[in-house]
Design a protein around this ligand. Structure first.
Ligand SMILES: [Fe+2]
Length: 161
């Protein structure tokens, strides 16, 4: 749950369980920011027989996550909302926790990233349902991204020994 001290305008409705496009986009930005660093952790620190395949795959993935973060931020700007860049807001908005930092085994990290991508995909599907017909452009963006995260989850699962 967001801290009450957080004054970012898009966090004001999150406590009430309402999902507006801006709340959904900030939550997505926080989650992708977190997933970006989880992916880098694997890229840099993974160990095991699949190291090279995992190292190369995660390089593509962190590039893709940076593009997604940019798309989410620019959608927020199109809705006339400031895109958050401070760590506190992004960390609080993320659905993902920092529970991977003492894991180095490549297969375990691929499992963790597969689960994280699945969590993001499920969250986006929930946003699509809640935004519905009232916000078709934002719902459409999340539809495309949910499918992408499902696919990436499958790819990580395929890298597990
Ligand atoms: Fe690298």
């Amino acid at each position: 749950m967001p801290d009450k001290k957080n004054t970012h305008p898009t966090n004001t409705t999150k406590d009430k369980g309402e999902v507006t496009p801006t709340v959904a986009l900030v939550c997505a930005m926080g989650s992708i920011h977190s997933l970006f660093f989880k992916t880098l952790h694997t890229h840099w620190n993974a160990k095991g027989s699949r190291f090279l395949a995992v190292h190369e795959f995660t390089e593509k993935q962190y590039g893709s996550l940076l593009l997604e973060l940019d798309n989410l931020a620019e959608r927020l700007r199109a809705l006339d909302t400031i895109a958050p860049t401070d760590m506190e807001t992004l960390t609080q908005a993320s659905i993902l926790r920092e529970d991977h930092l003492d894991v180095y085994d490549a297969s375990k990290l691929c499992r963790h990233l597969a689960d994280s991508h699945t969590n993001v995909s499920n969250t986006y599907e929930n946003f699509i349902k809640k935004l519905g017909d009232e916000h078709p452009v934002s719902a459409d963006l999340f539809t495309q991204l949910a499918a992408h995260h499902e696919k990436v989850a499958w790819m990580y699962k395929s890298l597990i020994d």
